[in-house]
Write a protein that binds this ligand. Structure first.
Ligand code: ATP
Ligand code: MG
Length: 206
């Protein structure tokens, strides 16, 4: 089983969007996927409850699920969606299981400052320092024409972790979220631009 933690304590940075789409990607490839929702807001669990039954299965786990059983699933992939404000022991615990951590960051000064503090906290973790866990960054909701996007790129380049991709701000993410879909469940003609942007992230995971 491979475990991928999606984390950034800044609220609204795109964690659940990334987690649900990644889970959808692994499921679309025929993998057994468990989507763990550590957030009391339960956005990922709610997304899963909206997911049409005919689509490739994703199994859910959250704090109300049976702790030991992991839903009875032996997954190939465990995708963990974490809550805003996850620090300290909760972060350390979440890292214990993870092989990879992906940190989404939006192009805004507030997000970059919060993320810088989070990266410092991550770097203080032994598992990260000793490179037992691979950390990578992605830009989220990036409009390449803006000054904010340029500032984000400078920030990401200096962050000390690989920058996998910049995902644009696109309504298709919002639509997919509302329908319990991932981009990988949608007609390829609707997602061509997104797929190009996702590819480096998928390459890093495989
Ligand atoms: N690339 C994108 N394009 C357009 N909208 C996006 C994109 N990524 C995320 N969003 C939207 O931004 C909002 C915040 O995203 P999301 O819920 O994934 O963030 P989060 O980090 O999980 O938030 P929280 O910290 O509250 O859990 C959502 O409404 C989501 O639909
Ligand atoms: Mg969320």
């Amino acid at each position: 089983m491979k475990t991928i933690l999606i984390a950034n304590p800044k609220g609204g940075s795109g964690k659940t969007t990334l987690a649900t789409n990644l889970a959808g990607y692994f499921a679309s490839r025929g993998g057994r996927v468990l989507l763990a929702d550590l957030d009391r807001q339960r956005s990922a669990s709610d997304w899963l409850s909206r997911r049409p039954a005919a689509l490739p299965a994703i199994h859910g786990w959250n704090s109300q699920s049976d702790k030991k059983s992991m839903g009875g699933v032996k997954p190939d992939w465990l995708v963990v969606d974490s809550p805003a404000g996850m620090h300290g022991d909760k972060l350390s615990n979440a890292l214990k299981r993870a092989e990879r951590v992906i940190v989404p960051v939006q192009p805004s000064a507030f997000d970059m400052v919060a993320t810088r503090n989070f990266l410092e906290e991550l770097c203080a973790e032994k598992s990260v320092r000793k490179e037992k866990i691979e950390v990578a960054m992605i830009g989220m909701r990036v409009d390449a024409r803006t000054r904010a996007a340029a500032d984000l790129s400078s920030f990401l380049d200096a962050a000390g972790f690989p920058v996998l991709t910049l995902l644009r701000d696109a309504q298709i993410y919002v639509q997919a979220a509302g329908e319990g879909l991932s981009l990988f469940d949608m007609a390829p003609s609707r997602t061509a631009r997104e797929m190009e942007q996702w590819q480096p992230l998928l390459d890093w995971l495989e």
